[in-house]
Design a binder for this molecule. Structure first.
Ligand code: HEM
Length: 536
């Protein structure tokens, strides 16, 4: 492969060209042997059996037999595009990451939008979370912002992720995603994990059925730690705001659109870019002080089921992203792109959010299986746009011819090995760590309802009606009455009105809030910050 790039519509180089791609305009075998035809196999006479010696037949069919790779274990269905991120320079006071801190800096990006639970061939319009993953090819290496279109998550600890996904994926016997038992397993999990309640409200809201990928917000979800050039740090949440605004389908529209065109969202993205209506997002930051307890106004910043209300901490714009170029080959680019929360650049750091900590392991691990070995960073869509010399060697699908005899450090032989540059390299923020080994969560993680209540109370009557409709429809597909009752019982703790309307829709008794919990949504005193938020 080579490092040349081909210009995109803005004149800036956009996509790595691949010299190994098919070229020359003549039919050949994989070995370059010219062929005059590929219509007939070699046979013992026109009516005879095919001959084992027909290498062209066997090579062609063998390659075809191996054309599929495993789909992503989650987020299997997606659509992507290349674009450019332009920094306003306003983030310079909080991060030394050059692509954010330098006013006017332009950085190429690849974005992949996705649904979470459906298989590669599922419909775009399903009620689900949307992935919003961005790879910034910065001049300091790749930074991946692997987010979703909702600001919170179902669980607080990565160790629960396999359980969550097992409960949500299609039923194991009939592989029908929306069958009764699959609804039972998901709602069984959800009703037994009250920490999911806030996220459930987002998924049952209009946000669960976006109008277009062009009209979804994006969230880094976790709190990140940013580091400025002077060494000062802050705790930060990332937000993407669509310039077109946030728009959703209503349930009936989603049903019709999905039935008529299961590719509704990927077609919309491709059509818009082809027509020159380039989708745009503004990147924004919520910046909070880096205090030892890692809370802001009483909100635990390490808890991924909590937002920081924008009324308490406004989102400050730091740059704008324009998507302008479609992939030329879905498999090579959109399917083989590999994002990872651990792909960071100087000035951006992770925190101890236990969901984020588990993600730091999971992505590289799964991609080694999905992309057939450890060398997928060499694929054009994954390759950093800066020189790479990582001393890694060999492995499945190695395409580089490495030079030098001493791929280790330090060495006294010279050759093709990098020398650590000291001042320029990535250094983790020196943060003190101490503790006693325990399998338990912080006490603040026990507040499972106050922000769900906040979200419910912030909605207009129409939005509330759609949430009631979402819960009623979904729980109406659950077979086990005990699961439905438990779930509606949890909703009482969000708001008695929500629970009563869902119960009436399902034709079941309206559950009452346990007497001990009257006066507090969940038995946990809401944080002072939340009670200050203006409620409509
Ligand atoms: C894939 C987001 C939590 C494991 C993805 C993708 C996104 C995403 C956007 C699709 C990437 C692409 O387009 O290729 C998130 C968010 C999370 C979250 C926002 C929570 C806030 C987790 C957790 C785990 C996990 C807790 C595991 C412990 C995976 C795996 C993939 C994936 C295995 C497939 C990656 C691949 O095959 O390339 N996630 N995820 N995720 N996620 Fe997450």
């Amino acid at each position: 492969t080579d490092d040349t790039t081909r210009p995109g519509p803005t004149g800036a180089p956009q996509r790595p060209a691949d010299a190994a791609a098919q070229q020359g305009g003549r039919l050949t075998t994989a070995q370059g042997l010219r062929l005059d035809e590929t219509e007939h196999s070699l046979k013992a006479g026109p009516r005879g059996p095919s001959l084992l010696e027909d290498h062209h037949l066997r090579e062609k069919i063998t390659h075809f037999d191996h054309e599929r790779i495993p789909e992503r274990v989650v987020h299997a269905r997606g659509a992507g595009a290349y674009g450019t991120f332009r920094s306003y320079g306003t983030a310079a006071s909080v991060t030394k990451a050059r692509f954010l801190a330098t006013e006017g800096a332009e950085t190429e990006v690849f974005v992949r939008f996705s649904t979470v639970l459906g298989s590669r061939g599922s419909a775009d319009t399903a009620r689900d979370v949307r992935g919003f993953a961005t790879k910034f090819y910065t001049d300091e290496g790749n930074f991946d912002l692997v987010g979703n279109d909702m600001p919170v998550f179902f669980i607080q600890d990565a160790i629960k992720f396999p359980d969550l996904i097992h409960a949500g994926k299609p039923e194991p016997d009939r592989e029908i995603p929306q069958a009764q038992s699959a609804h039972d397993t998901f709602w069984d999990f959800a009703s037994l994990h009250t920490e999911s309640t806030h996220m459930l409200l987002w998924v049952m809201s209009d946000r669960g059925i976006p109008r277009s990928y062009r009209t979804v917000e994006g969230f880094g979800v976790h709190t990140f730690r940013l580091e400025a050039a002077d060494g000062s740090t802050s705790l930060v949440k990332f937000h993407w705001k669509p310039v077109l605004g946030v728009h959703s389908l209503v349930w009936e529209e989603a049903q019709l659109a999905g039935g008529a065109d299961p590719d509704f969202h990927r077609r919309d993205l491709a059509d818009a870019i082809t027509a020159g209506a380039y989708p745009e997002w503004e990147l924004g930051l919520q910046v909070m002080p880096d205090t030892p307890d890692e809370t802001f106004e009483g909100i635990d910043l390490l808890d991924p089921t909590k937002i920081v209300p924008e009324e308490l901490c406004p989102v400050q714009p730091v740059g704008r992203m324009t998507l302008h170029t479609l992939p030329e080959n879905y498999f090579a680019e959109t399917e083989q792109v590999a994002f990872h929360v651990a792909n960071l650049v100087p000035g951006i750091h992770v925190t101890n959010d236990p969901l984020m900590q588990g993600r730091l392991f999971s992505y590289l691990d799964t991609q080694i299986t999905r992309l057939g070995g450890p060398n997928f960073a060499q694929l054009p869509v994954n390759r950093p746009h800066v020189p790479v010399d990582d001393m890694q060697r060999d492995g499945m699908h190695q395409t580089a011819v490495h030079r030098g005899v001493a791929p280790y450090q330090p060495n006294s032989l010279g050759g093709g090995c990098p020398v650590a540059s000291g001042a320029q390299g990535y250094v983790s923020v020196p943060t003190p760590v101490e503790g006693t080994k325990v399998r338990e969560a912080p006490a603040s993680f026990a507040d499972h309802y106050s922000q769900a209540t906040l979200f419910w109370e912030s909605m207009t009557p129409v939005e509330q009606a759609h949430v009631v409709g979402g819960f009623t429809f979904e729980l109406g597909k659950v077979f086990e009455a005990a699961i439905v009752e438990r779930m509606v019982g949890n909703l009482v703790r969000v708001h008695p009105d929500l629970a009563a309307r869902v119960a009436r829709g399902l034709g079941i008794d309206v559950p009452d809030l346990p007497a001990a919990e009257h006066g507090s949504a969940d038995g946990v005193t809401p944080s002072p910050a939340l009670s200050q938020v203006p409620r409509e």
